[in-house]
Design a protein around this ligand. Sequence first.
Ligand SMILES: C[S@@+](CC[C@H](N)C(=O)[O-])C[C@H]1O[C@@H](n2cnc3c(N)ncnc32)[C@H](O)[C@@H]1O
Length: 271
Amino acid sequence: MSAASVVRRTSLALLLAAFGAALAAPALAQAQKAPAASSSTYEPTSGQEGKDVVWVPTPQALVDKMLDMARMTPNDFVMDLGSGDGRTVITAAKRGARALGVEYNPDMVELSKRNAEKEGVAGKASFVKADLFETDFSRATVITMFLLPDINLRLRPKILGLKPGTRIVSNSFTMGDWQTDQTVTLTQDTGCSASWCTAHLWIVPARAAGTHRIPQGELTLKQEFQMLTGTLRAEGKTFALEGRVRGEDVTFNAGGRKYIGRMNGKRLELR
Ligand SMILES: C[S@@+](CC[C@H](N)C(=O)[O-])C[C@H]1O[C@@H](n2cnc3c(N)ncnc32)[C@H](O)[C@@H]1O
């Protein structure tokens, strides 16, 4: 095992231990409760208790990279699920997008609002005190999160039901057997020297599975998340195919040819 993967595994174990402790010991969590919300001098502590996940901030270099990977533009509506001190929402707002942080801890919500004010983006960056599991995030075009693997899995069905093309970026934690569309790990050279330097991107795929008539013949597609397999029946032959769906864009190879198309609702339109 490489030194980097030992460090990654150790960091993961430490965070999971911290997260696990908060879950397993509500009494301790209660005892560690943060200061009152009214305090404008409230300072959070990395590792402090949270409803389902402790607070550990994403390094700013990774926040920047996560929004780069999502190809965020000012037209996007960004939501950070479990928004902590507001850094991702504030960064998105500074880049011109409207952004909303959902955070269960009211002290963190107030801190985020003050931070947005200080950074001059209170008009674009909003924060709501809410449980992410009870939040409608269907308006988001970009979702960011730094939660836990099992929470990502619980959110996955809802995420897969979002508009095709919605970008999801997670700090460090994956989404079970839904492979990432991109994974980037920052290094010291690229501005991330501590833990939590890996970001994963998924793009919600359109539903392409089924049978489609195309000019070349008949296409039968099976879909596992963004991955396609199936057959193309053309000129009396059957060709196996492999491809993928990226938002509404569909590409596949069959019979030595590459096909490019787009889902228009339930219809596949080839270019
Ligand atoms: C690991 S921190 C990430 C903070 C921020 N997104 C970042 O990347 O810097 C997770 C955050 O989720 C919040 N949280 C935990 N459970 C939550 C829930 N059910 N609903 C909303 N927020 C929650 C915690 O209070 C904490 O601030």
